[in-house]
Design a protein around this ligand. Structure first.
Ligand SMILES: [Zn+2]
Length: 300
């Protein structure tokens, strides 16, 4: 979807809402409170009333859009911009793009960014096939280059299935525990191979997955090794990390630990859909179907 397409297809609140209704209730309108499908449209075109419980609602009631006074066409443009920004977009940049340098408020743009980001999260599935796992440290202030002090940095684990999905996890546990947990939660027991580097974090620390491990020795300047035609490398996950880091440096400048998980979700959501043409529609679908609790937790 391009910006001119979004502008011509969804220029008014009504047109936007028609799409949101189809995405939220593909089988027909249903009461969000009691799931009754007997509903009547009220004279105010946007509203419905449930015949069962008399609850009045619209396509955006109880969703990530709820309680927003912004026109839906503005939301749609903001969603498109965030979908198309491969390295992410800062609230300041969004504000300037939507309203120009001297108008609009940073707070509103920030609110838009956060809500849309909340919709960009995946349903968890177990990965299999060939997996690469690696870790990186971001944020905080380096205590002198090479000092090795990582205390004020956040550790992020990256797991990617070759030809498949990427997952970034913000670790709050000790590194070894975090890695064990990440594998348990995201990698199937049927996985074929798990490629890591030689870091001590992966020595005898992969639990039931240990025997599937292959490693490359970066310290010995080994980045790719072939074994019976199989490519032992962590290059795939490392390029995903570098894309993410360019995003942080280029757009967000500084990520507070509180919001890091949401940024990571946004990044992987977009990355995992990079070859699909329906990223825009899929994000809108998440915005009307995601559990609003997820969002409330995020901003709590
Ligand atoms: Zn009802």
């Amino acid at each position: 979807m391009t910006l001119p397409e979004v502008n011509s297809l969804y220029p008014t609140n009504d047109r936007c809402r028609e799409l949101l209704e189809r995405l939220r209730w593909p089988e027909g309108v249903m009461c969000p409170r009691c799931k009754d499908t007997r509903v009547s449209r009220l004279r105010d075109y946007a509203r419905y009333e449930c015949v069962g419980c008399e609850y009045q609602f619209t396509a955006t009631s109880g969703t990530i859009f709820h309680d927003s006074h912004l026109p839906l066409p503005i939301w749609f443009v903001a969603v498109l911009l965030l979908c198309e920004a491969k390295k992410g977009m800062s609230a300041m940049q969004l504000k300037r793009t939507l309203w120009g340098k001297d108008r609009g408020s940073y707070k509103t743009a920030w609110y838009l960014c956060h809500r849309i980001r909340a919709a960009m999260s995946e349903v968890r599935t177990m990965m299999d096939g060939t997996i690469e796992i690696d870790e990186t440290y971001i944020g905080g202030r380096a205590q002198g280059v090479g000092s090795g002090n990582k205390d004020n940095k956040a550790m992020v684990i990256g797991i990617i299935q070759r030809q498949g999905d990427l997952k970034f996890i913000h670790c709050k546990d000790r590194p070894k525990e975090a890695i064990r947990k990440a594998l348990q939660e995201h990698v199937s027991e049927d996985v074929d191979v798990i490629v890591t580097d030689e870091s001590i974090l992966y020595h005898n620390n992969l639990g039931s997955h240990q025997e599937k491990r292959q490693s490359v020795n970066h310290r010995a300047k080994e980045y790719v090794r072939y074994e019976d035609g199989f490519m032992v490398t962590t290059n795939t996950v490392e390029s995903a990390f570098s894309l993410f880091k360019r995003g942080i440096v280029g757009s967000w400048h500084k990520v507070s630990p509180k919001h890091l998980a949401a940024y990571l979700n946004e990044m992987t959501f977009r990355f995992n859909r990079r070859k699909r043409s329906d990223l825009f529609i899929d994000t809108l679908r998440h915005m009307v179907t995601a559990d609003p609790l997820t969002f409330e937790n995020l901003t709590a």
